[in-house]
Write a protein that binds this ligand. Structure first.
Ligand SMILES: [Zn+2]
Length: 132
């Protein structure tokens, strides 16, 4: 595929949407949280908000976290395995991804992928080996 007009902030928008969702699904919100939610609604593009609101109106969360498994990504909303291509796109983080099954926006779960060396049992915390 050739170059596409790419907006580097697209995945960021889903991160903002997740933040909005986290606030709006709280049973009780502080004034600060309400202000932040209003602010987020100003920032997030209308089409994304519209889709999110349609799902929210039915009591569904519009953003699902994707769990990384050894066999690929699993949608945290409906537990369906993601298509390989959709998961790869998500890992690249260069486009908005949506679950084919439940139509939620997808965001990678924040945990680190497992270390690539399964033989070493001792885990070093914080020591990042940047040089390969
Ligand atoms: Zn799903």
């Amino acid at each position: 595929m050739g170059f596409r007009e790419s907006h580097p902030r697209t995945m960021k928008e889903i991160e903002l949407l997740k933040e909005l969702q986290d606030i709006e699904f709280l049973a009780r919100k502080t004034a600060e949280e309400k202000a932040r939610a209003a602010e987020l609604r100003q920032i997030i593009p209308a089409p994304i908000l519209g889709h999110y609101d349609r799902l929210a109106a039915r009591g569904k969360k519009g953003v699902a976290l994707v769990q990384r498994t050894p066999t690929g990504g699993v949608c945290g909303g409906c537990r369906m395995r993601l298509a390989t291509g959709a998961y790869a796109r998500l890992l690249r983080g260069d486009d908005i991804a949506m679950c084919d099954n439940c139509a939620r926006y997808l965001l990678l779960a924040p945990e680190e992928p497992p270390p690539p060396a399964p033989r070493s049992k001792a885990r070093r915390k914080g020591a990042a080996r940047a040089a390969a």
